[in-house]
Design a protein around this ligand. Structure first.
Ligand code: CDP
Length: 223
């Protein structure tokens, strides 16, 4: 009997471009582990801030990272990062984390500390019987899984993205985060060569998901 393939779907894009909503829907439809790597960078940021470490203090960042033990807890279809056995709560969406996360994410040592952890999510997905994983972030199709079966890049006009974020009730300077994320030296936000680019400005969530799902369904029938 032919075994079902294990697929990796990479979704990259700027803040409030529609990554999380699409990834969540795809994870449900195809029984994929949903991995939101932005939540990982946010959890690390919250932890470093909690320890009083600033993004400008490279020695402090390095020594704090060396002492942090990462784990994964699967809740429903989502992978949650555990730091010292604890999953971070709502504080990862706080104003303070919004303002600091891109500064920590630009530090090569922070990205390196998360590289193997992120790739390891494929092992978690297999062990838990998922049919694959859908991972969202800024460098998934370019750095983490450049050989992913599907690579999508979502973008939308800045005004539309600011409107979406405000609708979520969040204070978030997304234009500034995008600027920092796109201009950093290590793994900048950019559409990877060969990825499918989708402008979500005037598309509904179901329309965005349908475009992705049509491609995926050719390889993996709905669960
Ligand atoms: O939800 P939103 O799109 O606003 O952001 P997020 O996905 O939660 O990511 C928060 C921040 O983490 C980004 O602005 C990046 O600075 C960083 N990040 C990254 O550098 N690389 C990733 N793969 C994911 C997030």
């Amino acid at each position: 009997m032919a075994s079902t393939p294990f697929i990796i779907v990479a979704i990259d894009g700027g803040a409030a471009s529609g990554k999380s909503s699409s990834a969540r829907t795809l994870s449900e439809r195809f029984h994929l582990l949903h991995v939101d790597t932005g939540s990982f960078y946010r959890a690390i940021t919250a932890e470093l801030l909690r320890r009083g470490v600033a993004a400008t203090d490279l020695a402090g960042v390095k020594s704090a990272l060396a002492g942090i033990r990462l784990g994964t807890r699967v809740e429903g279809r989502s992978a949650r990062m555990e730091i010292g056995g604890r999953v971070a709560g709502d504080e990862i969406r706080s104003r303070e984390v919004n303002d600091n996360v891109s500064h920590f994410a630009a530090i090569p040592e922070v990205r390196t500390a998360l590289l193997a952890y992120q790739r390891g999510q494929a092992v978690v997905a297999r062990e838990r019987g998922f049919r694959g994983l859908v991972m969202e972030g800024r460098d998934i199709g370019s750095v983490i899984f450049p050989d992913a079966d599907f690579r999508f890049f979502l973008h939308a006009d800045p005004e539309e993205r600011a409107r979406r974020r405000a609708q979520e009730g969040q204070q978030d300077a997304i234009a500034e985060r995008d600027r920092l994320d796109s201009s950093r030296k290590t793994a900048p936000l950019a559409c990877p060569v060969g990825a499918v680019s989708i402008d979500t400005t005037h598309l509904s969530l179901p329309a965005v998901v349908e475009r992705m799902a049509t491609a995926i369904a050719a390889r993996l029938p709905d669960s």
